[in-house]
Design a protein around this ligand. Structure first.
Ligand code: G6Q
Length: 538
């Protein structure tokens, strides 16, 4: 079946336009328009977004905006903010935007305003975070809590880790934060090996409270605490649950008075501003946390209200569609020039790839076009000394998002100026390259000339903000959330389910008992042989 997207006139117009654009070089586009660098930029919620080095013209942008209109982007945004059940395969509303709205805002799901509950949980989190930070919440033996271990995986881990690393310079350095996610016991063992159980608080973060990895790690944490403190009553002082499932929390033995709830309209990978953010709040304090939420909210409001030609997430999402579906890119490299953002690409991988890694449209029709791009990346400048070679001279087109800040948290001259010189230089080199004549003019031997030519014309965008603050981080994450939403709206997929993770989970459940028994094996011959080998050598 042909899906409707590629049949749209706006899509066909973009295909035609893309053919014409194949000969266009960024060198020429900049030469033709001396103001291009000023014109093709937009600013919102403290983020300046320069997309002048994308391979687009005004015509491209108009065609992309027409595509957005044809795909009903505006109506889809309104449906999300309006609390409609746009996650149809799970029959759920999608309202992470409500989590960061201020008091007085209203978001309605099933006829009920969710904002009073949102703020009730935020207030409870604030009281708890403050009591851990000021030492009034103590462990079972009366000792102050010095270590906070978040146990969770996927959406219940990646946001908290990323945010903690990003905002470390705002964190209470008297407290140690660890994050345990992997079912590999190494993760738990290494995270706890130097911690004192009397001073350690576990946050068991799981929306469902049934996730195998998290429950296995939580059980090990429980045993670790009980082994040292020797009393079931200690659990209440060393365990907190963050979940939507009170029944399972109680079954685990955590007092539901120590539970921070959220709701089914918060998807895992969109949950870092729900109670899942408790570790972040304990680290940076409720006020800074509110600043982060305000940063998210500023970008949410920009996305909801700004016309698409000035709408940062909408433009970013449309450019991703352009690069991928019309210029043949397969991936997007996200390259933060800030060591504090070391886990940001990993966070984005889940956000983008679990959301738009889909092969059917919302009505179940197979797509006939590329959907979600692969997101990947590493902080600069490290990547420059590793994989950038392929971006500069390889055969693949890899659009890059550079992220940089005008001010550093550390006055350590000349580091920051060098860092920024590098990020600007990379974007410049990718766009403009170096011609054979320029290489020759440097006196290069003829045999080396082809090796030293940079073709250029490699698209990138630069997100430039003043400083990495809680608010900037919030705006940055919301920017990518809504860029992903924009892409999903064009692809007509449901970005909010993740059925693709189910099969592996079910098969693991079947295999686990087979590893420790001698039962008959009914898998394929490869899997059977591997299981037999493991049985013999474990
Ligand atoms: C995210 C996914 C997934 C989820 C984890 C953890 O959108 O649904 O990554 O967050 O599987 O789930 P729990 O929070 O239920 O343990």
């Amino acid at each position: 079946m042909t899906s409707r997207l590629t049949e749209r006139a706006t899509w066909k117009a973009l295909e035609k336009h893309a053919t014409a654009m194949r000969g266009a070089h960024l060198r020429q586009l900049f030469a033709d328009d001396p103001k291009r660098g000023e014109r093709l930029a937009v600013e919102a919620a403290g983020l300046y977004y320069d997309y002048a080095k994308q391979r687009v013209t005004d015509e491209t942008l108009q065609a992309l905006l027409a595509l957005a209109d044809a795909c009903g982007l505006r109506a889809k945004i309104d449906a999300m903010f309006g609390g409609e059940k746009i996650n149809a395969t799970e029959n759920r509303a999608v309202l992470h935007v409500a989590l960061r709205a201020p008091k007085g805002a209203s978001f309605v799901v099933d006829g009920e305003d969710v904002m009073p509950s949102v703020h009730e949980v935020l207030d409870a989190m604030s009281r708890f975070a403050t009591s851990v930070r000021d030492g009034s919440f103590v462990g079972f033996s009366g000792k102050r809590i010095r270590n906070v271990v978040n146990v969770g995986i996927g959406g219940s881990d990646l946001g908290p880790v990323m945010a903690y690393r990003a905002l470390r310079s705002y964190a209470d350095r008297e407290l140690t934060f660890r994050f345990v996610s992997n079912v590999d016991g190494t993760d738990f063992a290494e995270a706890t090996r130097d911690l004192d159980p009397h001073e350690t608080l576990f946050l068991i973060a799981s929306k469902t409270f049934t996730t195998q990895e998290t429950m296995t790690n939580a059980a090990s944490a429980r045993a670790w605490v009980l082994n040292a403190l020797g009393d079931e009553a200690a659990i209440a002082k060393h365990f907190v649950a963050i979940s939507t499932n009170a029944a399972e929390v109680a079954k685990f033995g955590i007092d539901t008075a120590n539970m921070f709830g959220f709701w089914d309209w918060v998807g895992g990978r969109y949950s870092m501003t729900s109670a899942i953010g408790l570790s972040t709040m304990i680290a940076i304090g409720p006020e800074r946390y509110r600043e982060m939420l305000d940063g998210f909210h500023a970008m949410d409001e920009h996305y909801r209200t700004a016309p698409f030609e000035k709408n940062l997430p909408a433009l970013m999402g449309l450019l991703a569609v352009w690069n991928q579906n019309f210029l043949g890119a397969q991936t997007i490299a996200v390259l933060p020039y800030d060591q504090y953002l070391e886990r940001f690409p990993a966070y984005l991988q889940q956000l983008a790839m679990e959301s738009n890694g889909k092969g059917v449209t919302r009505d179940g029709t197979s797509v006939s076009y590329e959907t979600g791009p692969i997101y990947w990346g590493e902080p600069g400048t490290n990547g420059q000394h590793s994989f950038y070679q392929l971006i500069h001279q390889g055969t693949k087109l890899i659009p890059c998002d550079f992220v940089a800040f005008c001010r550093s948290h550390h006055t350590l001259p000349p580091h920051h100026d060098l860092l920024i010189a590098n990020v600007l230089a990379q974007a410049e080199a990718l766009a403009f390259g170096k011609t054979a004549d320029e290489v020759r003019a440097e006196g290069t031997a003829e045999a080396l000339v082809p090796h030293r030519v940079f073709e250029g014309n490699r698209p990138s965008a630069t997100i430039f903000a003043d400083e990495l603050t809680p608010a900037t981080l919030g705006a940055l994450v919301a920017l990518y959330e809504h860029s992903v939403f924009t892409q999903g709206a064009i692809f007509d997929v449901n970005p909010f389910d993740q059925w693709g993770v189910e099969l592996g989970k079910a098969l693991a459940k079947r295999i686990a008992p087979e590893l420790t028994s001698q039962s008959e094996l009914g898998h394929d011959s490869s899997t059977n042989t591997l299981i037999r080998r493991y049985r013999a050598r474990r």
